[in-house]
Design a protein around this ligand. Structure first.
Ligand code: IPE
Ligand code: IPE
Ligand code: MG
Ligand code: MG
Length: 339
């Protein structure tokens, strides 16, 4: 496939901080997209077929953009970050392939999920391939620190997904347990994507620590926003179905917060639908109504804003300039985004 197939990201079309970041890093991102296309190849045709299906569908590419931005922020030259930025997107792509099987989600990036088209088995196995390819790319880069950071993140992501599975349908799940899941399944990769930037630039350890802290808090805010969007009205832009978390009984911020103030009747509703998995027509609308009654989406956004603020504070340690300003704006975008 041509490199153009991998450049159908959501980032180019509007004037958002993400679009501006993508524009600023367009030359680098073009190289990363070319590396993505080149390195998803395999002599086993089903592998590039499935990888291409998902990768060419677009996606925001926010994680490799963070790697590129963080490396440039600390003075790393062009070229060096491309294989690791590719590894970061491959880890993300692998988790999406696995996640849609686990979550039984039917829509991803505006099209049928890979498992709907190619089956669960092929999706899981190609996810494994992309994980492994990511590790090959890390070894090629040669930085043991980067390898440690990204391999630690990979293990933590898997732990997060398993933690979430164990907490599903458990109405006793509290906000702190929810945040542990979020930190692991999503924020760990954001943190790693950012942290390897200064590492590649051979910056002092404070740089890596600041970017790790920025990415971690940005990632937490990002996932809380994602969980809010799952109870939103939905949109073509979102490219995934809303209501998946409710159907799967995931204990995400909107539900955890709505449950905090729930009366007996409301608890009975959540017990039936989430715990006992007995969902009927109209239940999702009812769930949304209860969430609204407790202001749980707004409170969720406030929670996300708290992490956004922490991300911004960490970023203040990074070298000043237009790139840092954009990363600062990206924080707000992440909380308020609609896709
Ligand atoms: C989806 O991530 C998975 C989550 C962590 C919520 P993105 O929202 O970055 O997905 P793409 O890559 O843009 O499709
Ligand atoms: C995604 O979590 C986290 C990982 C892929 C590790 P979600 O399950 O909430 O993401 P979406 O909503 O399917 O994109
Ligand atoms: Mg999912
Ligand atoms: Mg989600």
């Amino acid at each position: 496939m041509q490199a153009s197939g991998a450049t159908k990201e959501k980032t180019g079309s509007e004037d958002t901080p993400l679009a501006r970041l993508a524009a600023l890093l367009a030359d680098d991102m073009k190289e990363v997209n070319a590396t993505i296309v080149a390195r998803m190849g395999s002599e086993v045709p089903l592998i590039p077929q499935i990888a291409r299906y998902l990768i060419a569908a677009g996606g925001k590419r926010i994680r490799p953009l963070l790697t590129l931005a963080a490396s440039r922020l600390y003075g790393c030259g062009t070229g060096r970050p491309y294989p690791l930025a590719t590894a970061v997107e491959f880890i993300h792509t692998a988790t999406l392939l696995h996640d849609d099987v686990v979550d039984e989600s039917d829509l991803r990036r505006g099209r049928d999920s890979a498992h709907k088209v190619f089956g669960n088995q092929a999706s899981v196995l190609v996810g494994d391939f992309l994980f492994s390819r990511a590790f090959q790319l890390m070894v090629e880069d040669g930085s043991l620190d980067a390898l440690r950071i990204l391999s630690d993140a990979s293990a933590v992501i898997a732990q997060g997904e398993v933690m979430q599975l164990a907490a599903a349908r458990n109405l006793e799940t509290n906000l702190s347990q929810y945040l542990d899941v979020v930190s692991a399944k999503t924020a760990a990769l954001f943190a790693a994507a950012c942290e390897i930037g200064p590492v590649m630039a051979d910056a002092p350890a404070e740089g890596a620590a600041a970017m790790c802290e920025y990415g971690l808090n940005l990632g937490i805010a990002f996932q809380i926003a994602d969980d809010i969007l799952d109870y939103g009205p939905g949109s073509a832009e979102l490219g995934k179905n809303t209501g998946d978390d409710f159907r799967e009984g995931k204990m995400t911020a909107p539900v955890v917060l709505a449950l905090e103030g729930a009366d007996d009747k409301e608890r009975a509703f959540w017990r039936r639908t989430m715990e006992e998995k007995r969902q009927e027509e109209g239940d999702f609308e009812q769930a949304r109504a209860l969430i609204a009654r407790h202001g749980a989406l707004e409170r969720g956004r406030d929670l996300a804003r708290g992490y956004a603020e922490k991300a911004r504070l960490a970023l203040a340690e990074a070298p000043d300039g237009p790139l840092r300003a954009l990363l600062d704006e990206l924080v707000t975008f992440t909380v308020d985004r609609a896709y």
